[in-house]
Design a binder for this molecule. Structure first.
Ligand code: NAG
Ligand code: NAG
Ligand code: NAG
Ligand code: NAG
Ligand code: NAG
Ligand code: NAG
Ligand code: NAG
Ligand code: NAG
Ligand code: NAG
Length: 377
């Protein structure tokens, strides 16, 4: 890259003035043992660097090297973004509040996914605060801008870092009428940063979620049926009785279509015990190869796990990842998205008792908080 006079002048100014984005539009936060970078598009985390067991910095989340590609990518996997205002699926694209039935856009087979068109993960958020270790993004979502979502919503996400830790805090308000609100940080991990020269799949990563003893049973379109099942020890969804490799059940016949037709592995929700201590670690993801482990703490009552079945092997990972001399393609099953949130499609299941955690009106506050603490095993 050639440096123009204007760019040099801007660089000189930014050394003394308040910090701003770099030439790629990334905002960088740093603390001991961690560096996190963000762009306003979809309030996305683009890079997350932590040290592996040998002290090598690894960029452990998915994304694109080219930040201009996020808005135009037709696949739009919501890489480490904030989908909203109601994340995941709405069964039949229909829900009812106070006797009024609303219809949302069917963009995922017979259902709505991530609120349909003009969802939050397709918009450039405003940066309202930025410092060395914290950034806040805000969005003002007009009524019906996602079809079938009534009332204006005001929301923000604050990302901050401290020693080895990334914290995420979200707030939202529905200003005029009652609206569904359910958010998540849709984080995709690959704790080896695709640098394991032998294997890029996620199957040898290990997951442990000791209080995730129930699963939301889902149909062939990954929509919950309403049944919440206890997970027995060593069953396909058992990550509670002991840490299990994500591929531990790959020999089971049911693994093949476990997350819907043609979808092997995981794309479903697990519910945490209601009485668990929310200050404690809810879930740990680790990889023996890099030795990196990630501990999730969250105030949410469920988590969606998606083991990247739909990766077609044609998308490349970032320049900050992989091994010199190898290609950069992400294989099927090459990552895992871990999305702390409330129960999927709870607005259509009053029997679950989730309505007051998913429908908000004037004067009420939606809040979501999680953190990831990184270390080595
Ligand atoms: C980055 O992506 C944008 C949008 O697709 C494209 O126009 C641009 O050429 C890309 N830049 C590079 C260096 O590939
Ligand atoms: C969706 O519609 C079908 C057919 O009308 C019905 O059987 C099913 O229960 C509905 N599901 C939800 C979640 O509303
Ligand atoms: C989100 O909105 C964009 C822009 O309107 C649209 O192209 C996209 O299909 C929507 N994505 C989903 C998952 O609904
Ligand atoms: C932010 O980081 C810069 C560069 O390391 C440093 O000069 C500055 O004092 C820091 N500001 C605060 C508020 O910590
Ligand atoms: C950002 O702020 C401007 C000015 O207040 C507003 O017009 C715009 O809608 C905001 N963008 C988003 C995504 O909320
Ligand atoms: C909201 O969107 C739905 C679906 O597109 C449409 O039927 C309805 O008329 C819209 N409502 C308003 C107030 O624009
Ligand atoms: C990677 O490991 C998984 C789990 O052991 C295995 O199923 C897969 O075949 C391996 N892939 C390669 C390219 O070795
Ligand atoms: C699930 O386990 C709980 C606690 O052990 C028990 O009370 C409940 O009846 C079980 N539910 C089903 C559907 O088996
Ligand atoms: C990777 O996972 C597979 C399937 O669970 C297992 O058979 C294999 O031993 C694991 N490999 C390593 C190196 O742990």
């Amino acid at each position: 890259m050639r440096y123009s006079f204007a760019m040099l002048a801007a660089a000189a100014a930014s050394a003394t003035a308040a910090p701003g984005p770099d030439a790629d539009g990334k905002y960088t936060l740093t603390a001991p043992g961690i560096k996190a970078q963000f762009i306003p598009y979809a309030a996305t985390l683009t890079n997350l660097f932590v040290k592996d067991k040998d002290g090598v910095e690894r960029d452990i989340v998915l994304g694109y090297t080219n930040t201009s590609y996020y808005p135009v990518d037709p696949g739009h996997p919501v890489y480490n973004a904030i989908p909203g205002r109601y994340v995941n699926r709405i069964g039949n694209g229909t829900y009812t509040i106070d006797g009024v039935t609303y219809h949302t856009q069917l963009n995922d087979g017979p259902n709505t996914l991530h609120s349909g068109t003009n969802n939050w993960s397709f918009r450039t958020w405003n940066v309202t605060k930025f410092g060395n270790d914290s950034i806040t993004f805000a969005i003002y979502d007009k009524a019906n801008s996602s079809q079938g979502m009534p009332g204006d919503v005001e929301a923000s996400v604050t990302y901050s870092v401290s020693a080895n830790t990334w914290k995420i805090s979200m707030d939202a308000k529905s200003l005029d009428v009652k609206s569904p609100l359910m958010l998540t940080q849709h984080t995709y991990f690959q704790l080896d940063a695709f640098a394991n020269p032998e294997n890029r799949t996620i199957w040898n990563h290990t997951l442990y979620a000791p209080s995730a003893k129930r699963a939301l049973v889902a149909d062939q379109n990954a929509l919950p049926t309403g049944v919440i099942a206890n997970i027995s020890k060593d069953a396909i969804d058992d990550f509670w009785s002991a840490p299990h490799e994500l591929g531990f059940a790959s020999g089971n016949a049911e693994f093949e279509n476990h997350c819907g037709n043609g979808c092997h592995g995981y794309n479903g929700a697990l519910a945490f015990d209601d009485e668990r201590n929310k200050q404690e670690v809810a879930l740990t993801l680790s990889s023996e190869w890099s030795g990196i482990k990630a501990d999730l703490r969250t105030d949410q009552d469920a988590v969606v796990l998606y083991t990247c079945n739909w990766n077609d092997g044609k998308t490349e990972f970032k320049d900050t990842q992989g091994v010199e001399g190898q290609d950069k393609f992400i294989p099927r099953d090459g990552c895992i998205a871990i999305e702390a949130q409330d129960y999927v499609d709870g607005i259509n299941h009053p029997e679950w008792g989730r309505l007051e955690k998913q429908i908000f009106g004037p004067g009420q506050k939606y809040h979501w908080e999680s953190s990831w603490e990184f270390g080595t095993i």
